[in-house]
Design a protein around this ligand. Structure first.
Ligand SMILES: Cc1cc2nc3c(=O)[nH]c(=O)nc-3n(C[C@H](O)[C@H](O)[C@H](O)COP(=O)(O)OP(=O)(O)OC[C@H]3O[C@@H](n4cnc5c(N)ncnc54)[C@H](O)[C@@H]3O)c2cc1C
Ligand code: FES
Ligand code: FES
Length: 1317
C-alpha cells in the first residue's frame, strides 16, 4: 500500500526490527526484508508470521503477539513494533536459540515455512520463556509445513518446554522418558542431535520495545488518524462519539479490527472499500467488565484476549456459573490458529455473521446480548436476534456498531455445550458446529428452557426454535431425544448442493451433536441426584472427551557409524541441512527474494474460465488502461514454439483459439507492480463459445473413449484358468482422489534479458533446469546456449515443478523478450492450485481369486487415472502404477491394465510416489477384502502372500525380499502389534461411540527411472588456490538435503572438512543437460558423479600428496597450482542399466528395491467421524544412510504427506470443472494436530546396496505410501463398529477417508434418520 500525504494525514510511524519506519517519508520501501514468506495470502499457512508488540500506557504493559503479515493492514501498525525473522537473529549478528535449535534439530527441509515457525515459537517464548507443551503445540497450530511432517520442528520446540517431554538421547544413551515408557524402552536409541550444543535462551538479549513508541503512546494526544492510500482511506477514531459520526457519514465503510474477514474478501473476492474505519483504539470497544451476572467484553477484544479472560474467569468463579464460558472456550481453542485469534475480534466474528462462525451458535444459545450504538442511540438486543430472519442481514442497521457483548453466567440447573466438526481438527473452518443450552425446572429433568443453534448448515447461524419450543416441559429422556432429532431434522433445512456433497453428513452431524449434548447433560444430571439419574453407560462415556492435540513422543533409530570411521568423515552422520541456519534466519534466498532488477515488470496470468471452449475474442482494452500496465502477452507474442510435443499431445504455453480446461493460461499482463498486474488481469475480457464434450471425470472419459496413448497392460501366468480353480472371488472398486502438491513456495520465475546475443538469465523454482532451458529456448527460437537457468533452492516441489515450471518460465521469458525488461512471475496460491494440476485421481477396479486359506491365486485389475487436458507424465504414471502394483506380494496369475484418461481438467503431473501410492492402495484394499471374506486377519493375508524368497516380479525382474521380511518382522515386534491389537479389541469392547483400529502394511518400493539416459548425472568441482572447494552438480535442492549429502560425499572423497566445501547453485551453465531431480534418484546419481569428480582431482593430487604426506590440504593445493595441475574436474555417471519391453511385458525397469513396513493405530469418534492418529511405527530399509537425519526426515515428511493423501486432502470441482479448493482455507494438508502422538522410525540395520553411492538407497518417495497404514487402521476401527452393529460385512471405502466417510460407514440410528428423511 502506498500512502500519500494529504490534509489531515498522519505520519504512519512504526518500528521494524528496532528501526523506525515512517511511511510519509517513504522509508518503508527501503526496508526490504525478505525473510518473511508469502505462502497463501489468506492467513491459512503461517509462513508470513511476524511478532507485533504494542504498548498499553494505562497498564504500562507491552503485549507481544504473533500475526499473519499477509492480512495485517499497514495502517494498523501505527505505534507498533514489528519483529520479523531478521530481527530475531542472523548469521551476521547472532543466531537466536530458536533459529539455532530449529536448524540443528533438522526442523527445516525446503525452509520456506521455517521463518514463520521461528516467529511463532519466538513470540511464545517472549511471553512465556518456559512454556508448557500445550502452549507450544497451540502456538504452532496456525503454521503449515509440507516437508518435515512436523516431528523435528516439535523436537526443537520441546527443548524450550518446562516439563520434560523429550525423547532425545541423554548422555547415557537413554531417553529421558524411558522409565515410564514401556513403548520404546527395549530399544537402543541414537539421537539425531545433541542438546549439549545449544545456546541457552536468554530473554535479556531480546530487542526492547522502542522507547519512542512508548513516549508516543503516553504523551501524544489521542486524536483521529487519517491515512490516505492510492485508492483507500483509513480512519482510526479514538472515541465512540467520533466513531458513530463516521459510521453515520460512511454507513458502508467496514469497521476493520483484525481484517481476517474483510481482508480475504478484498484480496480474493474483489470487494473494494474506499474507506475503512479502524475502531481498535476506542476504549468502549475494548472494555472488560465483570458484573454480578456475567461479563461484558468490548467488541474489539481479540479472540486471544477473550480466551484468556474466560480461562481466568473459569478458575475464579464456581463451576455452576461458568458453563457458558467453558463452552465458548471449547470453540476458541480450535478456532483458527494463534495468529488469527491474536488479531481477529469478538465483534468481527459475530457481526460477519458467517455460517462458519464458531462463536455465534454458542453465544446465541447462551442468551448473550449485543450492546449496539449509533447516532440514533444505544440499545441492547439478544445476539440470537441477528439471525432471526434466517439470513442474518437485517436487525443491525448499517449505521449501528457493536460496542460490546454481554456473556452471562450460567445458572443452577443450566447446561451449555458447544460442538464443531471441521475437515481438520485445528485451524480449519467448521463443516458444522453447534451451541446448545438447556435449563431445567429446579431439581428435576423437566426442560424449562432450551436453545439449539447450528452453524455451517446454511448461509448463517440458524436456530431450531420450533424444536426448542415443542420440547419445553419434557423430561430429558430417550423419548425426548427421539422427538428432538426428528424435529431438528425437519426444522433445520439444508439445501442440497449441486453434487449433493456433505449435506447428508451435515444432517447427521446436526443430530449427532444433539445426541452428544443429550449424553453430556444426562451425565451431568447424575451429579445432581445419582439415584434418580444414573448417568450414561460406561461404554458411552469416552465420547464425551474430545480428541486433544499433544506434543508427540518420537523416536528415531538408525545404525551408528563404525567406530573406526575417521571423525572428520561426515558420511553416515546426522549432519544438519547446509541451509538450515539460513532457513531459520530468513537469509535463504528464494525467487521472490531476489533483488529487483532495474525496470523489472510483474506478470499476472489470465486463465480460462471454461473447461472446453473456442476463444471467440480477447478484449484487453480495459486492462491496458490500468495504472502501471506495460503490455499484454498472448500466443501471438511467442516468437517460436508455443506447443511442445513430448508425447501424445501438446503442452501449451498460451491457449490459441481454444481452451481445454479451466485455469489454462490464455494471456498475461505485465505491469510495474504485482498488484497492478493482477488488477489489470481481472479486466481482460474473454468471450468463449462452449465446445462439446466437456469431459471432467474418469467415467466421462471412458464413455467418450478419451485416453492418452499408449494404454498399457501387463499379464503374467494364466489368469482365466486360475479364476476357475479358486475357492472364492471378490470384485470391487476403489476411488482415490487427486492431491495438490501444496509446495509452500508457489511456482516462481524471474526472467532477465541480458541485452545482447539474445541471452537470458532465468531464475526458476524448478526440479529440472535443463527442461526450463530447453523450453524457454524453443519458445524464444534461440539456441539453448543463450538461456542460463539458475536454481539456488526450491521451496518444495514434490514432482510439481517440472513441465509446469517450464511452461510458466516460458510465459515469463516470452514477456521478458517482448518487453526487453526483466519479468517476475510469482503465482498466487489460488492460481497455482488452479493451473498446475497435481496427483492423478485414480479408479482401481479389481477381481481377485483366492483360496479359503488366504492364498491369492489370480488378480485381474484395471486402473484409470485422470490425466487432465495434456499428457504431461500421465502415461508414465500409468505405467509405473502397473509395474509397482504388486507392492509386497507374489501374485502367480495377474492381468492388469492402465489407462490415462484425457479430460478437461488441468493437466495432472508427477507427484511423490508417481502412481505407486494409488495402485498399491488398490492392492492393499483387495488384501483386506480377501481377509474379510476368509475371516483371516489382514496381516495374515499379507504374510501368506508376501514375497518370501528370491523371486521374480510380474514383469520378470528378480528380487530378493529378505529385507522386506525383516522390515515386516521388526515392525511387528517394535510396534508390539499383537499385544496392541488385543488392547485395541479390549478398548473397543468397552467403548461404544469411540473405537480404535490398528493396521500394519508392508511395502516394496522399486527404485529406477526405467531407462538409462534418465539417470545420468554430472558434477563439476573446482578447487581454488586457498584450498576452498566449489561444488556443483545437476541435482536440485528442494528440501531433500541433496547438497548437504553431496558435500558429505565430497568431504569423504577429498578427505577435507565439510566447511571447506561450498555449494552455490545448480545451473545449466555449470552442468549441462542434467536430468530432473525426480524419482528419489538425486543422491544416487549425483553422488556418483561428485565422487567421480573428486576422485579425478585426488588422482591428480596424489603424486603431490605422496611427495609431502605430512603436508596440509592447502600445501598440496598450492603446490598443485604451481605445478600447473588442473584443479577443476567434472564427474560423470552414465546412469543405471534399466529397460522395459512393454510388448513382451518384461524387463528390468528398476535397479533395486527399498522395503518398509508401517504400523498405525487410530481412534475414531463414531458420532462425528473425527479421528486421532495415536501411534505409528515405521521400519525402513534404505541401505546405509548417508545422513540419517535427512533420510528419517524424508520418511517422516513423506509419511505425513501420505496421511494427507489418504485421509484428508480433498480436491473439489464444480460441475463445470472449476476447482473450488484453491487455498489452505479450503484444502487441508496435515497440520501439527495430525501427526501420531507416538511416532517411531527405525532404519533397518546392516542393509547393503551395491548399486548406489556408499550402499545407500534413494529415499525421497517411498515413505509416502506408508501413510496408508493410517487408512487401514481407520478401516479396522470402522470394521469393528460395523461388526458390533451387525452391519454388512463388505463395505467400500475410498481415499481420502475423511470424517464424512467414516461417519457414513459407522451407520446408526442417526444416519438412518437422515437417510429416511
Ligand atoms: C485463516 C482463518 C481461519 C479462521 N478460522 C475460523 C474458525 O475456525 N472459526 C471461526 O469462527 N472463524 C474463523 N475465522 C474467521 C475469523 O474468526 C473472523 O474473520 C474474525 O473473528 C473477524 O474479526 P476481525 O476483527 O478480523 O474482523 P474484520 O475483518 O476486521 O471485520 C469483519 C466485519 O465485521 C464488522 N465489524 C467488526 N467489528 C464491528 C463492530 N464492532 N461493530 C460493527 N461491525 C463490526 C466489519 O464491518 C466487517 O464487516 C478464520 C479466519 C481466517 C482468516
Ligand atoms: S502467507 Fe500469510 S498465512 Fe499464508
Ligand atoms: S520445510 Fe516446511 S514447508 Fe518445507
Amino acid at each position: 500500500m502506498s500512502l500519500q500525504g494529504a490534509a489531515g494525514t498522519e505520519e504512519l510511524i512504526f518500528y521494524v526490527n528496532g528501526r523506525k519506519v515512517s511511511v510519509a517519508r517513504e522509508e518503508l520501501f527501503s526496508v526490504r526484508l525478505t525473510g518473511t514468506k508469502y505462502g497463501c495470502g489468506g492467513g491459512g499457512c503461517g509462513a508470513c508470521t511476524v511478532m507485533i508488540s504494542t504498548y498499553e500506557p494505562a497498564s504500562k504493559k507491552i503485549r507481544h503477539y504473533s500475526a499473519n503479515a499477509c492480512l495485517l493492514p499497514i495502517c494498523s501498525l501505527y505505534g507498533a513494533a514489528v519483529t520479523t525473522v531478521e530481527g530475531v537473529g542472523s548469521t551476521k549478528t547472532r543466531v537466536h536459540p530458536v533459529q539455532e535449535r530449529l536448524a540443528k534439530c533438522h526442523g527445516s527441509q525446503c525452509g520456506f515455512c521455517t521463518p514463520g515457525m521461528v516467529m511463532s515459537i519466538y513470540t511464545l517464548l517472549r511471553n512465556h520463556p518456559e512454556p508448557t507443551s500445550e502452549q507450544m503445540i497451540a502456538a504452532l497450530a496456525g503454521n503449515l509445513c509440507r516437508c518435515t511432517g512436523y516431528r523435528p520442528i516439535l523436537d526443537a520446540c520441546k527443548t524450550f518446554c518446562k516439563e520434560s517431554v523429550c525423547c532425545q538421547r541423554k548422555a547415557n544413551g537413554k531417553c529421558c522418558l524411558d522409565q515410564e515408557d514401556d513403548l520404546f524402552d527395549k530399544e537402543e536409541k541414537v539421537g539425531l542431535f545433541s542438546t549439549d550444543e545449544f545456546q541457552p535462551l536468554d530473554p535479556t538479549q531480546e530487542l526492547i520495545f522502542p522507547p519512542e513508541l512508548m513516549r508516543m503512546s503516553e504523551n501524544q494526544p489521542k486524536r483521529t488518524l487519517f491515512f490516505h492510500g492510492e485508492r483507500m482511506t483509513w480512519i482510526s477514531p479514538v472515541s465512540l462519539d467520533e466513531l458513530l459520526d463516521l459510521k453515520a457519514a460512511h454507513p458502508k465503510a467496514p469497521l476493520v479490527v483484525g481484517n481476517t474477514s474483510v481482508g480475504p474478501e478484498m484480496k480474493f473476492r474483489g470487494v473494494f472499500h474506499p474507506i475503512v474505519i479502524a475502531p481498535a483504539r476506542i476504549p468502549d470497544l475494548n472494555v472488560v467488565k465483570r458484573m454480578d451476572d456475567g461479563l461484558t467484553l468490548g467488541a474489539a477484544c481479540s479472540l486471544s484476549l477473550v480466551k484468556d479472560i474466560l480461562t481466568n474467569a473459569i478458575s475464579e468463579y464456581p463451576e455452576e456459573k461458568t458453563k457458558v464460558f467453558c463452552a465458548v472456550l471449547q470453540q476458541l481453542r480450535t478456532l483458527g490458529g494463534e495468529q488469527i485469534r491474536n488479531v481477529a475480534s469478538l465483534g468481527g466474528n459475530i457481526i460477519s455473521r458467517k455460517s462458519t462462525s464458531d462463536l455465534n451458535p454458542v453465544l446465541a444459545a447462551s442468551n448473550c446480548m449485543l450492546n449496539l450504538a449509533s447516532r440514533g442511540g444505544k440499545r441492547q438486543i439478544p445476539l440470537s436476534d441477528i439471525f432471526a430472519d434466517g439470513v442474518g442481514n437485517n436487525t443491525i442497521t448499517p449505521e449501528e456498531i457493536l460496542v460490546s457483548v454481554y456473556i452471562p453466567h450460567s445458572r443452577k440447573g443450566e447446561y451449555v455445550s458447544a460442538f464443531r466438526q471441521a475437515p481438520r481438527r485445528e485451524n480449519a473452518l467448521p463443516i458444522t458446529n453447534a451451541g446448545m443450552r438447556v435449563l431445567f425446572e429446579e431439581g428435576t429433568d423437566l426442560i424449562k428452557d432450551l436453545s439449539i443453534f447450528y452453524g455451517g448448515a446454511v448461509s448463517t447461524t440458524v436456530c431450531a426454535k420450533q424444536t426448542c419450543r415443542t420440547l419445553i416441559g419434557r423430561h430429558w429422556n430417550e423419548q425426548m431425544l427421539d422427538e428432538a432429532c426428528r424435529l431438528i431434522l425437519k426444522e433445520i433445512a439444508l439445501p442440497g448442493s449441486p453434487s449433493g456433497e456433505k449435506v447428508d453428513y451435515k444432517k447427521t452431524l446436526v443430530v449427532s451433536f444433539f445426541y452428544r449434548f443429550f449424553l453430556e447433560v444426562l451425565q451431568s444430571l447424575r451429579t445432581m441426584d445419582p439415584c434418580r439419574y444414573p448417568g450414561i453407560p460406561m461404554e458411552y462415556r469416552s465420547v464425551l472427551q474430545d480428541f486433544k492435540t499433544k506434543i508427540p513422543q518420537s523416536i528415531q533409530i538408525y545404525q551408528d557409524i563404525e567406530p573406526s570411521q575417521s571423525p572428520q568423515d561426515p558420511v553416515g552422520r546426522p549432519i544438519m541441512h547446509q541451509s538450515g541456519i539460513k532457513h531459520a534466519t530468513g537469509e535463504a534466498v528464494y525467487i521472490d527474494d531476489l533483488p529487483s532488477v532495474d525496470g523489472e515488470l510483474f506478470l499476472a496470468v489470465v486463465t480460462s474460465s471454461r473447461a472446453h471452449a473456442k476463444i471467440v475474442s480477447i478484449d484487453t482494452s480495459e486492462a491496458l488502461k490500468g495504472p502501471g500496465v506495460f503490455d499484454i502477452i498472448t500466443a501471438h507474442d511467442v516468437p517460436a514454439t508455443n506447443e511442445f510435443y513430448y508425447s501424445d499431445g501438446p503442452e501449451i504455453i498460451f491457449a490459441r483459439n481454444k481452451v481445454i480446461c479451466v485455469g489454462q493460461i490464455v494471456c498475461a499482463v505485465v505491469a510495474d507492480s504485482d498488484i497492478h498486474a493482477k488488477e489489470a488481469a481481472a479486466k481482460v475480457k474473454i468471450e468463449y463459445e462452449v465446445l462439446e464434450p466437456v469431459i471432467l471425470t474418469i467415467e466421462e472419459a471412458i464413455k467418450h473413449n478419451s485416453f492418452f496413448e499408449p494404454k498399457r497392460k501387463l499379464e503374467h501366468g494364466n489368469v482365466d484358468q486360475a479364476f476357475e480353480t479358486v475357492d472364492n472371488i471378490i470384485e470391487g472398486e476403489i476411488r482415490i482422489g487427486g492431491q495438490e502438491h501444496f509446495y509452500m513456495e508457489t511456482q516462481s520465475v524471474l526472467a532477465v534479458p541480458i541485452g545482447e546475443d539474445k541471452e537470458m538469465d532465468v531464475y526458476v523454482s524448478t526440479q529440472h533446469p535443463a527442461i526450463i532451458q530447453e523450453m524457454v529456448a524453443a519458445s524464444l527460437g534461440v539456441p539453448a546456449n543463450r538461456i542460463m537457468c539458475h536454481v539456488k533452492r526450491v521451496g518444495g516441489a514434490f514432482g510439481g515443478k517440472l513441465l509446469k515450471a517450464g511452461l510458466l518460465a516460458s510465459v515469463a521469458a516470452v514477456a521478458a523478450n517482448k518487453t526487453s525488461r526483466a519479468v517476475r512471475l510469482i503465482l498466487s496460491r489460488g492460481d497455482d492450485m488452479l493451473i498446475t494440476g497435481g496427483r492423478h485421481p485414480f479408479i482401481g477396479k479389481y477381481k481377485v481369486g483366492f483360496m479359503n486359506d488366504g492364498r491369492i491365486r489370480a488378480v485381474d485389475a484395471k486402473y484409470y487415472i485422470n490425466g487432465g487436458c495434456t499428457p504431461d507424465d500421465s502415461v508414465l504414471v500409468a505405467e509405473v502404477s502397473l509395474l509397482k502394483m504388486d507392492n509386497a506380494y507374489k501374485i502367480p496369475n495377474l492381468r492388469c491394465w492402465a489407462y490415462a484418461c484425457k479430460t478437461n481438467l488441468p493437466s495432472n503431473t508427477a507427484f511423490r510416489g508417481f502412481g505407486f501410492p494409488q495402485s498399491a492402495l488398490v492392492t492393499e484394499t483387495w488384501i483386506t477384502g480377501v481377509a474379510d471374506k476368509t475371516g483371516l486377519s489382514p496381516e495374515k493375508i499379507r504374510e501368506i502372500n508376501m514375497y518370501k524368497e528370491n523371486e521374480q516380479t510380474h514383469f520378470k525382474q528378480k528380487l530378493d525380499p529378505q529385507n522386506l521380511i525383516r522390515c515386516w518382522n521388526e515392525c511387528m515386534e517394535k510396534s508390539a502389534y499383537y499385544s496392541r491389537k488385543t488392547a485395541v479389541n479390549e478398548f473397543n469392547k468397552q467403548n461404544y461411540w469411540k473405537k480404535k483400529g490398528i493396521a500394519i502394511v508392508p511395502m516394496k518400493f522399486p527404485f529406477g527411472l526405467g531407462t538409462r539416459y534418465l539417470s545420468q548425472a554430472a558434477a563439476l568441482v573446482h578447487i581454488y588456490t586457498d584450498g576452498s572447494v566449489l561444488l556443483t552438480h545437476g541435482g536440485i535442492e528442494m528440501g531433500q538435503g541433496i547438497h548437504t549429502k553431496m558435500i558429505q560425499v565430497a568431504s569423504r572423497e577429498l578427505n577435507i572438512p565439510m566447511s571447506c566445501i561450498h555449494f552455490c547453485e545448480t545451473s545449466t551453465t555449470t552442468v549441462p543437460n542434467a536430468c530432473a531431480s525426480v524419482g528419489s534418484a538425486g543422491t544416487d546419481v549425483n553422488g556418483m558423479a561428485v565422487k567421480d569428480a573428486c576422485q579425478t582431482l585426488l588422482k591428480r593430487l596424489q603424486p603431490i600428496i605422496n611427495k609431502n604426506p605430512k603436508g596440509t590440504w592447502n600445501d598440496w593445493i598450492k603446490e598443485a597450482f604451481e605445478q600447473s595441475v588442473s584443479l577443476s574436474a567434472t564427474g560423470y555417471f552414465r546412469g543405471y542399466n534399466e529397460n522395459m519391453d512393454w510388448e513382451k511385458g518384461e524387463g528390468q525397469p528398476f535397479t533395486y528395491f527399498l522395503y518398509g513396513a508401517a504400523c498405525s493405530e487410530v481412534e475414531i469418534n463414531c458420532l462425528t467421524g473425527d479421528h486421532k492418529n495415536l501411534r505409528t511405527d515405521i521400519v525402513m530399509d534404505i541401505g546405509y544412510s548417508i545422513n540419517p537425519a535427512v533420510d528419517i526426515g524424508q520418511i517422516e515428511g513423506a509419511f505425513v504427506q501420505g496421511i494427507g493423501l489418504y485421509t484428508m486432502e480433498e480436491l473439489k470441482y464444480s460441475p463445470e470443472g472449476v476447482l473450488y479448493t484453491r487455498g489452505p482455507d479450503q484444502y487441508k494438508i496435515p497440520a501439527v494436530c495430525d501427526i501420531p502422538e507416538q511416532f517411531s522410525v527405525s532404519l533397518l540395520s546392516s542393509s547393503q546396496n551395491p548399486y548406489a553411492i556408499y550402499s545407500s538407497k534413494g529415499i525421497g518417495e517411498a515413505g509416502l505410501f506408508l501413510g496408508s497404514s493410517v487408512f487401514f487402521a481407520l478401516r479396522d476401527a470402522v470394521t469393528s463398529v460395523r461388526n458390533e452393529r451387525g452391519l454388512k460385512k463388505t463395505f467400500a471405502l475410498n481415499s481420502p477417508l475423511t470424517a464424512e466417510q467414516i461417519r457414513a460407514s459407522c451407520a446408526d440410528d442417526f444416519t438412518e434418520m437422515v437417510i429416511r428423511r
